[in-house]
Design a protein around this ligand. Sequence first.
Ligand SMILES: C[S@@+](CC[C@H](N)C(=O)[O-])C[C@H]1O[C@@H](n2cnc3c(N)ncnc32)[C@H](O)[C@@H]1O
Length: 239
Amino acid sequence: MEANSEQPPKRNSDCSSDITGEQRRAFYENRSAPSVEMLKDRPGFEYLLSSEQVGPWVDQLADKTLMLDIGAGMGRFLMAEAEKNRDVAYLGIDPDYQCVKKNLEKLDNRDRRDIGLPDVRFFFGSVYNALPFLPAARIKRAYVNYPDPWFKRRHKKRRLVTEKLFSSLHPLLVENGEVFVQTDIDDYAAFIHEELDKTKGFNINRTGMPFFNGLAGTLYQEKAVAKDHNRHCFVLIKS
Ligand SMILES: C[S@@+](CC[C@H](N)C(=O)[O-])C[C@H]1O[C@@H](n2cnc3c(N)ncnc32)[C@H](O)[C@@H]1O
């Protein structure tokens, strides 16, 4: 599939369920980010960053703290955190068209109600499409909340939280910059432990729940609580 000319296959409107088929995978694994053009007529388009806009946006933030929400989904967590921390800039990253569209609408809506979040932006694409455009030593914290579980054995290689992700984030983090990860999937937590065993350059807290106290809840966190799932929290601090 040509990522720059086609719309990704849709998933449920709450970004739920692992409905991803071969088509979706082809889209996600495409090297380049999908074009922002397909969202250009949508409300809130000004909150969307193309690859080329990422660097200039970060530059104009000057020394404002910058955080990433990798796999921001429907944006509940990001919006709530941005609302609380108006002196912090947030970049939400997600390859899901419906999720990004919804987030842009939310930001547009907030503008209309004079409660805009001027230092929030979204990137449409995989985290690996976004990271090359971010400057070194700039991110204070990256969140990965409830990444897609990819339960099937043959799909596990698609899991996002890997040593590769941590080592890709490492140079982009400020001194003592952090990566916060949480999942409610026991098998994914075991997988993360294995990836952390291979990870270098961080002080790692594998029972990091207290670090999450005071942070907004996410949509998938709510689902996990409703199902009485375990909550596995990991915090990596750049050393
Ligand atoms: C299960 S949802 C969790 C959404 C939200 N973080 C929450 O906790 O409610 C996982 C999200 O990760 C996104 N995602 C999947 N692969 C990704 C990738 N390579 N880069 C960034 N986000 C990704 C999906 O599109 C989806 O929106």
